[in-house]
Design a binder for this molecule. Sequence first.
Ligand code: HEC
Ligand code: HEC
Length: 484
Amino acid sequence: MPVLKKLFVSSFALAGVAALLLLGGVVFNGTVSAFSGQSGGDAGRANANRLYIEGRHVFRYDTFGDEAVWGGVLGLQKAIEGSKLGGVGPGISPKQALAVGLKVDANAIPPQIAEAIKHGQVNLDDPAVTVQLLKLNAVVGVRGFFNGNQLKSVGITCAVCHSTVDDSFAPGIGNRLDGWPNQDLNVGAIVASAPNLAPLEQSLHVDEATLKHVLLSWGPGKFDPLLELDGKAFQPDGRSAATRIPSAFGKAGQNLDDWEGGWGSVPYWNAFVANLDMHGQGTFHDPRLDNSAKYPHAAAAGFGHTHPYVGEGVLPVPGQDTGLPDQVTEKLALLQAYQIDLPAPKPPAGSFDPAAAARGAKIFNGVGTCSSCHVGSLGTAPGYTAVAPSQICIDSFQADRGPDGTYVIPPLQALFTHSKRGFYHDGRFKTLLDVVNHYDSCFKLGLSAQQKSHLVEAPKSRAPTSRPRSSRHGLASRCWPGWP
Ligand code: HEC
Ligand code: HEC
């Protein structure tokens, strides 16, 4: 059928359907407004666009008022400024900031300054330049709060851990890649540089030397969001209890988040981390944290019942309602929408061997029994997405720090974005072959060396679970350089 005729016929058919619908509205509801007021899918689409765009803003730039703690209590801005600018110590230069894994958003730097940096005319050893970058809102996930040119406070956003850059301008400087874990970020070293660690020492009941030892044991790409709940800093074998920072994209269809099973899905964990780890000014409820045997620090501090607060410490005053505005709760829907819509990036060509991956996929779905847990394109289990530690032949230390002693089955999306610090929650397996060897002995698979070499390529090649929304939002080219 010629295209024009086809168009004509189908629009005629559509008009017929519309007329019928209109009639339905009149006949069954007695009024057409039942349909005309809310234009069905379009209202949903507009809402989805709004949630995505606002969610991206929250994810990148919102501190939830946590500067009250990072700046107000710990005094991080003073460490950044250094004594010359009215702070303390030598200050933190842009080079040092990049060295602890902080990233710089090249799009936030005006062209003249970018040119000057390129020509070596900007002193990257000068803490004053770091302060200027904060003023430009160019340091990914770190917000400066200013009075004129004077840095008054700093806060952190989700992006500090869950975004990185593509290094297009220079190493550590480029376009934002949201949802990609920052595998270089040394959270512990950054916290340890704060001038006033006393409130953290008090909340954990340790001295300064012990606190610094713990913070510096984390290393790049890792963080311990449970330390302030249970005070467990090290695994029984002496290795740090910190876990790898996971990705925060492609969350659609996933029931449980985090390495430990039983916490909850995206909106649960976002409320948890915004209130308890970032120390945002919000409200959080989870009576499971009242269990003083399991979570002694959380139970004592009332982490299961937080509220916005001001004070000298890093913890809210238990049970005290300060009447301050909640800066977290209203943003949970936006954050959730963003992390569900944000697609996992496609593995770039050359990052895996397609022929070996195709053979590996057969093993993955067959004799390897991998797909019994990493199901279909979802990559995790539909339903309850966690398993007992014994099912994957590892210890239960980290699982036991979570509510139900299990490990979440990770969906294995875009492994190329998070392979730098090893695999499994603590990065215990350095390579994918180590992972495959572990499964080979755990499940008694008896795979040959060749089968193993194929199987390692299979997870590397996995396509994203959720389709990119580029056409709908028209944003993909800005957010996802290289995305087709
Ligand atoms: C200081 C670093 C840090 C900050 C800030 C941070 N996170 Fe995380 N995030 C982590 C770590 C580490 C984990 C793993 C925790 C675990 O499993 O015990 C995690 C887990 C997650 C997960 C689960 C991912 C998965 O695959 O299971 C999501 C989603 C997430 N964070 C989103 C956020 C959002 C949204 C914010 C801001 C409200 C945020 N995070 C702030 C470090 C951070
Ligand atoms: C019984 C369920 C189960 C089966 C079967 C299973 N996995 Fe896993 N897989 C898990 C869990 C749970 C984790 C996370 C472990 C942790 O948190 O330390 C995981 C982690 C992984 C990781 C590391 C992901 C990351 O980001 O660290 C890879 C890769 C992986 N599995 C591949 C496979 C392959 C290949 C097979 C088949 C040989 C397989 N899995 C079979 C449950 C399973």
